[in-house]
Design a protein around this ligand. Structure first.
Ligand SMILES: [Cu+2]
Length: 408
């Protein structure tokens, strides 16, 4: 029979093994980014933008639920600080990585590197964006896609293919100026591409070239007869938008990282900071392409439409649709927007109530179920050993208390 000292040793290594085996839960998704100023013409008008690894929008973060995202961020701006906010990520247990400069972290100084590390504990569509000055409007933003773990399926069955993600944004001629001096939205971008009106009075016309390949419409290629999930997000400033795809209805299934009861729309109204997933069936005439359009609806605006091409394979992706882009709802059609808001209902069976004891559960909730089970087993093992060996003296009790505290 095993001696009590051996039992204690065995229990200790058992706990160590479980803790190491399930240390973080999920995989590590490591990204190495450098933020820099660059000259680009995303809307055909050459300007200074803030890019991540030379890209705006920045790289899409792709992860699965319970993965740990690690972003090693180098601030390559010479004269400005940086901080990145992970919009929609709960940061339970890691509030210091929320990226709100001056609130949860000191900004990253020019030349410095900071490592963000957090768990993505909910599936869904999220965003990241600069949280310092007006850097978001200068192009420092991107998407976060959190998929379900392998073997778990989405609560909608009509989907056959996951489509490319898509987001809308705006650019402005003036960056990092006080808000009062910002002009209205000058152009709308779909996935970083848009069209500025090169005939706008007062601009440096030599910097505006509407024929540049860099600002040709974003192309979303689809195969006829399929149903796609399209993730749509908006990081515009001062503008509510309408988004539609010519001739196609959209079924909304997710809003801000929460499943919703499906409902159909022709136009999706989207406000800054919002994300949606919609299902689109490619059931229209397959021999042509279609327009994807976004328009400003929050005021009577002269901002040009943001246009992209919904490309039915195998038509050429650069072939313009034979029609004029569909017209947006009039800006003061408030009833349509209200109808969309009222249609949003949490999906039955997927309603997550806020935790009651956020503080004490904080670290626990960020972990995957397997980690929680492993840690519970560990706690029980320690308690059992403590009960067996209580006669060995106070040192065993102290070890037990320390281990149990670490298991929370
Ligand atoms: Cu945000």
């Amino acid at each position: 029979m095993m001696r009590r000292g051996d039992q204690l040793l065995l229990g200790f290594f058992f706990c160590l093994f479980l803790s190491l085996a399930f240390a973080e839960g999920g995989r590590i998704r490591h990204y190495k980014w450098e933020v820099k100023y660059e000259y680009k013409s995303p809307d055909c008008y050459k300007k200074l933008v803030i890019a991540i690894n030379s890209r705006t929008p920045g790289p899409t973060i792709e992860a699965e639920q319970y993965d740990t995202v690690v972003v090693e961020l180098k601030n390559g701006l010479l004269t400005e600080n940086v901080a990145i906010h992970w919009h929609g990520i709960q940061q339970i247990g890691t509030p210091w990585f929320d990226g709100t400069e001056g609130v949860t972290q000191c900004p990253i100084l020019p030349g410095d590197t900071f490592v963000y590390k957090f768990v993505v504990d909910r599936p869904g569509t999220y965003l990241y964006h600069a949280h310092y000055g007006m850097q978001r409007e200068a192009g420092l933003y991107g998407l976060i896609r959190v998929a379900l773990p392998p073997g778990v399926s989405e609560p909608f069955h009509m989907i056959t293919i996951e489509a490319s993600s898509l987001m809308t944004g705006t650019t402005k001629a003036l960056m990092n100026k006080p808000l009062d001096y910002l002009p209205w939205t000058l152009s709308l971008l779909i996935h970083g591409k848009g069209s500025f009106n090169c005939f706008t009075p007062g601009i440096q016309s030599g910097l505006c070239n509407a024929t540049k390949l860099e600002c040709s419409p974003y192309v979303l290629t689809v195969v006829p007869g399929k149903t796609y999930r399209l993730r749509i997000a908006s990081l515009t400033a001062l503008s509510a938008l309408s988004f539609q795809i010519e001739g196609h209805n959209m079924t909304v299934v997710e809003a801000d990282g929460h499943y919703v009861e499906p409902f159909a729309v022709k136009n999706l109204f989207i406000y800054p900071g919002e994300t949606y997933s919609v299902l689109i069936t490619t059931d229209q005439v397959p021999s042509r392409n279609y327009w994807a359009v976004t328009n400003v609806v929050s005021r009577n605006s002269t901002t040009p439409n943001g246009l992209a091409i919904f490309n039915y394979f195998p038509n050429h992706p650069g072939r313009s649709p034979p029609t004029v882009p569909p017209v947006a709802p009039v800006w003061n059609d408030v009833d349509s927007r209200l109808a969309q808001s009222l249609a949003i209902r949490a999906r039955q069976g997927y309603i997550h109530h806020p935790p009651q004891l956020v503080a004490s559960l904080s670290r626990h909730r960020n972990l995957s179920p397997s980690v929680r089970v492993a840690r519970k087993l560990c706690v029980y093992a320690v308690l059992y050993l403590a009960a067996c060996l209580a006669r060995l003296g106070s040192s065993v009790v102290i070890v037990t208390v320390l281990v149990v505290r670490n298991m929370r």
